[in-house]
Design a protein around this ligand. Sequence first.
Ligand SMILES: O=P(O)(O)O[C@H]1O[C@H](CO)[C@@H](O)[C@H]1O
Ligand SMILES: O=c1cc[nH]c(=O)[nH]1
Length: 362
Amino acid sequence: MLENSNGNLNGNQIHNNKEENEESHTNGENKETRYLDGSVRLRNPHIELMDQDILYHLALGSESHDLVEMFGDVKFVCMGGTPKRMESFAEYIMSEIGHRLPTGTQLMDISQYSYRYSMYKVGPVLSISHGMGAPSIGILLHEVIKLMYHAKCRDPIFFRIGTCGGIGLDGGTVVISDDASDGMMNKYYQVPILGKIVKRPAKLDKKLARELKALSTPEDLYDTVTGTTMCADDFYEGQGRLDGAFCDYTEAEKMEYLERLRSAGIKNIEMEATTFAALTHHAGIKAAVVCVTLLDRLKGDQVCTPKEVLVEWQLRPQILVARYIKRYLQTKGRISFDGHGSMCVKSPRRFKLVQQESQTFE
Ligand SMILES: O=P(O)(O)O[C@H]1O[C@H](CO)[C@@H](O)[C@H]1O
Ligand SMILES: O=c1cc[nH]c(=O)[nH]1
């Protein structure tokens, strides 16, 4: 369960504090990735020497925009593959946290003129599309982590809200990743830099994964499980599919590989987890990956579930992450009531007026 503002756990304490400290990288103390006030520090000495920093793929810049004013209150960065999903998530989280946009304004894609990624801001939540695969999410993460630095955001938490193929799991199952590995079962993200392979540990925050799992309820009409996520560099051969344009292996070889993954505790396959885990970990940012399975890969390769059903399934990771955000704002955002039926959320920097939620929290 989530910690309250006094640092106590609500509900059962399921792990000891030593383990928590080792596992969780809320990096208040890490001088390399945090300033004393908890704001994000970059592991790059060059940036602060530059006159300006252009976040090219976000259509933002440190001189052209007042990034502190625009983004200084951001606490949660939620990412998913498609612009449509992230626009829908922005609408959904707006109603879930009761955020009101200023009169006469509407939700807009802040990065629309990049023609690359879409970004929406709803109070303390950023909702951003990342495209498909490691290079796409990698570029985005560089720029979003720099955005956190320029905006002086304190201890942001990142989520990937995605889709995946399940290993022995029915379509519609929610998988919270507690580990990420590549197709060779390496638990790191490797990238060639200056002609050398650099390996960065793909570590996710296990405490955050447990907190998310604790927010699934028996009333959810689907299973929510935790496990290792395999990150492939391809949807077809890289995931052992038989239905790509090319295939040089047999069905028996495919099944042997998938069973090997299953025996290693791998619950699902997608295409961004190691990059996302490694770059957030390197930046000292607490992060989680929550995906819904679109099919059981032990039973087939093609995604043939009707579109309306897929749309409903894609909401499931969003619902879990929204529960976390709401709970966090309630316990750590120091929500109070203003006497007019509205709720004041005291973010680290500002007060934000948000509508009172009808839902109550246990
Ligand atoms: O549903 P999203 O989040 O886009 O992610 C999954 O879907 C894409 C493949 O269809 C890959 O990017 C994979 O990781
Ligand atoms: O099988 C799947 C489904 C969604 N995304 C993937 O990467 N693989």
